[in-house]
Write a protein that binds this ligand. Sequence first.
Ligand code: NAD
Length: 362
Amino acid sequence: MDIDIFEEMKKYGVEQLIFNYDETSGLKAIISIHDTTIGPASGGCRMWNYESTDKAVIDAIRLSKGMTYKSAVSGCNFGGGKSVIIGDPKTDKSEALFRAFGRFVQTLNGRYYTGTDVGTTGKDFVYASQESDYLVGLPEEYGGSGDTAKPTAYGIFMGMKAAAKKVYGDESLKDLTIAVQGIGKVGSLLVDYLIEEGSKVIVTDLSEDSLLALKEKYASIKTVAPDEIYEQECDIFSPCALGSVINDETIPKLKCKIIAGSANNQLAEEDIHGEILHGKGILYAPDFVINAGGLIQVSDPLETGDINHDRVMAKTKNIYNILMDIFDLSEEKDIPTYKAANELAENRIEMIGQIKRKYVGR
Ligand code: NAD
């Protein structure tokens, strides 16, 4: 390995990194538990054909840190974790692979809850759940809370409204032009909300078939090639594909006033690119705040003991208010929005950590 694992753990503040290998199924998985001050770690499982183990480790670590902050700022009682399975989701999946993964999750005894992310589906975790009690977001027919993409897309939509209110003084997205990068599970549902609202929608995706299908559903949308999405004249750019898309190369191309999308780790380097966006007057809705709808959906049944979609949507709607607080703090202190969001998250972790120091008896 080219990286020093303990240096990376120190750099990102990771509590525990677990490597899992199963010879029978060929499973190679990494679980990163970032911080469990507020509660057990929670965060999805990504399956991706990583170029190297180093890249998979760094992805798991960065994503798990994002989950700590996401949970803290959105008011969920969970810490941050994430897992990655190294492999091609199109060709390398099997029942044995996900059951082996489930067994590894079970060994953590509730220190880590997981569910779907890029490259994994509810069906995969139906297999995993045969081996583990700590799977969340299973399909509804298997007693789970269902697809997390629904509340996630709703949270992005509400977050866009908060950003529009801050920038234009009006939360309506009607007639605003919104460029959506990635029309997978979240992006496609987001487009439904935007079309209903009367927005002008531009989309791109690596999948030509997805683009054609969406164009057939909504003739009014404009489709562009993946590398053309950054330079579109628009009010809001919405990254809903993968991370690190806000970087040195893409920022000069952007013509938007707002960035608000579902992808995790949108800023290639949080401190550098968050600062540049702030300087350019582009309002960035921090990814871990605006995309918390899915986490809210999987956390809610664990916190309340039952599944209630209306309550989940009501909690998700509150992303609007949380973002407003962040935008206001960013303005008041003249700091980038990601810093304001981190401040709110760190304050909550600190406060709850202090409260938990009290001995409450057995
Ligand atoms: P998905 O895999 O269903 O969709 C991603 C889409 O992006 C795919 O259609 C893919 O073809 C496309 N894509 C990939 N690279 C692209 C590129 N360079 N240009 C254009 N399109 C590209 O995933 P999803 O569940 O919709 O999640 C999207 C993003 O939101 C991910 O970053 C995910 O981590 C994040 N997220 C998802 C949830 C959730 O509940 N699903 C919750 C929080 C965050």
